[in-house]
Design a protein around this ligand. Sequence first.
Ligand code: PFF
Ligand code: NA
Length: 459
Amino acid sequence: TQHTQPHQAASSLWSSRLAFILAAAGSAVGLGNIWKFPYITGENGGGAFVLVYLVCIALIGVPVLIAETMIGRRGGQSPIATMRSLTGRDGAARGWRAIGWNGVVASFLVLSFYSVIGGWSLVYIGKAAAGVFTGADAEAIGAQFGALLANPWELLLWHSVFMALVILIVGRGIRSGLERAVNMLMPLLFVLLVAMVIYAMNTDSFARGVRFMFSPDFSKLTTEGVLVALGHAAFTLSIGIGVLMAYGSYLPTRVNIARTAVTIAVIDTGVALLAGLAIFPLVFANGLEPGSGPGLIFVTLPLAFGKMSGGVLFGAVFFVLLLVAAITSAISMLEPVVEWLEEHKGFSRARSALFGGLVIWFVGIGTVLSFNLWSDVHPLGFIAFFKDKTVFDLLDFLVSNLMMPLGGLAIALFAGWALGRQGLAEDIGLRGLPYRLFMVVLRYLTPAGIAVVFLYNLV
Ligand code: PFF
Ligand code: NA
């Protein structure tokens, strides 16, 4: 093809495999692991949900993570341009370009609500540092969270601050912006989570929390729950919407993608499981409901911070690190949008970040209102399945449970069936039997797994 690979100019590549891992893991590890995983696990009954989620990570998440990164590196451009250059000019193949479009729209929508939740972590840095959790009981801490949700202006303010941070970082360019943002704070988050798990071990409900997470009771898992587990596997790894395609376009050819992808998936899954192990014992120890929804970590963790010695500092640092994790994910969501604006509108990076970010910020107001003024607004209420879903619920459902897994399906099919097999093994970084096994999974198991979950939910 005539297309060059602009991102493969030496000056714009990641400096090393580690730099890419830090960026991709920075995208993966975020609110999805610490905020979303525990609350949806609680809503979907625990163990059986976790098991399905883990199977989805292995059979769907990792193969798509590999395929998407590989496609990105081959194309070497923004997701849309990459898909255009890899599908050539002939009619039928153009359908694959939907992968690029789906990615830009989905990453746009996901950031609109992610930023609102990112704002919650900003609020909780302040609350923790001010010591408002000290000695407070579950009721008082629940009331604090309820008061935050009830106040649209406060949510809007912190959503705005979060978006401003993201725009600033992305506007400054891939090297200075991303590599600097991806830093040594993530290992510290890991250490703090381990400390929280140790704290949870000393409550009398640790065993109960472990049982809730790891002993599967399939009578508690609905077909929708299986779809949510699949969707979360995609969400938590940031796959299916072009983010890894964008990041992969900066990946030097010598880096082994398969090994890198497994590393990222292990880190991401580890963080989620640690978060669950820290939170569920606290839920039971305090007589709270595991299925109480999106506020779960904001009412359980503060209880622990309020009781432990040094909890003011510990809690404040914890929420700072949660914010950093959220920001490294959020900047990755803005990336496909910014690259699209740069290519199609000819905007500079700074202008693309500002313009894209402002439109996303505006859409985010729908999520802000979902927790207060619009909490009884159910836009698709006439469909039984969406009966109780607010604007936020619908956005989350659309992106996490539809656009990301379906994008993943298309990526698996494209990489497995449509893309030339020449040089594929080297591109992925596998040889012999592992390569052949991987291709069987990518071509058959991954697509079949996604398709089955969707078919079950349709009937
Ligand atoms: N993987 C992120 C998390 O678990 O918090 C969320 C995310 C990042 C979703 C990037 C989508 C995305 F494009
Ligand atoms: Na994640």
